[in-house]
Design a binder for this molecule. Structure first.
Ligand SMILES: [Zn+2]
Length: 225
C-alpha cells in the first residue's frame, strides 16, 4: 500500500475503474504524513481528557456496522458515532465474508447471554460510491491479486463494489440467510455517497428469514449507477 500511496494515480489508462468508481489515490499530503506518531499524540490527549471514561462494551445504539476501510467512509465521522455507540467491522468493500458472518454470530451469542428476550442489535451494512474494490473489475489487476493471495479469480470479481445498492442487497441477504446468526439480529443495507456525504437506506432492518424486504428491491444488476 505504501508504494501505491506514493503513486498519483493507481488506475491505468483505459482501466474502466476510474469511470466505474472514480477510484484513484490522490497524491497524499506530505505535510501530515507521519504514520502512527501523530495518532499516538492524539491518543495521549484523548486519555488526558478522560475520553475513555464511561465507555461500555455493549454498544449504546445496539448497532453493528459493516463498511469499507476506505478512510473517507469512517463511520465515526459519517455517522457521528461516539465511543461505545457501535461495533464496527471494516474490510475491503465492507463485504459480508464468511469471517464477517462469524463475527456477527459471535457477538450475537455474547448478547444472548445478557439479553434473554427481544431484539439483540441491528447490523447495518454500508457500501459506498467510488469504492476502490472497483479495481477488481480490471482483468490485469484482478489476476495479479488472485495470484498474490492464492484466491479464485471469479470470486474476486464478485467482490468488486461497482453498484453499491446491488452489492449491499446481496450482502444483507447473505446475513439474513446465515444459519449461524440469531434471528433476533436485524440487518439493514445502506449506500454512502462520498460526493454528497449522505447515507441512503436501501433495505430497512429485517430479520433472518425475512426475505420480503430484500425481494422488494430490483434484482441484482438491474440498477443503473
Ligand atoms: Zn470502499
Amino acid at each position: 500500500m505504501s508504494n501505491q500511496q506514493r503513486t498519483r494515480h493507481v488506475t491505468a489508462p483505459g482501466f474502466g475503474v476510474g469511470r466505474a468508481t472514480g477510484f484513484e489515490l490522490a497524491s497524499p499530503d506530505q505535510r501530515i504524513a507521519g504514520n502512527i506518531e501523530p495518532a499516538l499524540a492524539r491518543n495521549r490527549a484523548f486519555a488526558a481528557a478522560g475520553g475513555h471514561r464511561d465507555a461500555v462494551v455493549f454498544p449504546n445504539l445496539r448497532l453493528f456496522v459493516i463498511t469499507c476501510l476506505d478512510p473517507r467512509v469512517d463511520p465515526a465521522h459519517v455517522l457521528g458515532l461516539e465511543l461505545s455507540d457501535a461495533m464496527v467491522v471494516r474490510n475491503v468493500g465492507g463485504r459480508v465474508t464468511p469471517e464477517v458472518i462469524n463475527d456477527v454470530a459471535f457477538i450475537a451469542q455474547l448478547a444472548e447471554n445478557v439479553l434473554p428476550d427481544g431484539p439483540l442489535f441491528e447490523v447495518a451494512v454500508i457500501h459506498h460510491t467510488q469504492c476502490g474494490t472497483g479495481a477488481l473489475a480490471d482483468d490485469t489487476f484482478r489476476r495479479r491479486y488472485a495470484q498474490r493471495i492464492g484466491a479464485d479469480e471469479s470470486t474476486l470479481r464478485e467482490h468488486a463494489v461497482l453498484d453499491p445498492a446491488a452489492t449491499v442487497t446481496r450482502d444483507v441477504e447473505r446475513l439474513r440467510s446465515a444459519p449461524a446468526i440469531s434471528p433476533r439480529v436485524t440487518v439493514s443495507g445502506h449506500v454512502y455517497d462520498v460526493a454528497t456525504g449522505l447515507v441512503r437506506t436501501v433495505l430497512p432492518a429485517g430479520r433472518r428469514g425475512d426475505r420480503s424486504l430484500a425481494h422488494s428491491q430490483p434484482p441484482q444488476g438491474a440498477r443503473t449507477p
